[in-house]
Ligand binder design. Sequence first.
Ligand code: SF4
Ligand code: SF4
Length: 86
Amino acid sequence: MAYIHKIDADRCKGCGLCVTICPKDVLEISEKVNTKGYFPAFQARPEDCIKCALCCSMCPDVAITITGTQDADQPQQAASTEDNDG
Ligand code: SF4
Ligand code: SF4
């Protein structure tokens, strides 16, 4: 199953919590205001997103969602973790 990571810019108040929590440094705060006059978060590096959903959990305004979809193209399966012996 593929997942779509979406930020609703007009719900965002630009608090930056999602930017801080993201372990992959995907998110940044935009330099353009949204309809409420805030600077919203956006995906500066969407290709690095691992869909961990930390940003969704963190957002106080529920502006970020991850939706599962079975029809979307699946770019690549993530490589399985490899054992490291030393
Ligand atoms: S889902 Fe995870 S990796 Fe993707 S933007 Fe949110 S916190 Fe970052
Ligand atoms: S946590 Fe939510 S409200 Fe705060 S910057 Fe991120 S998307 Fe916007």
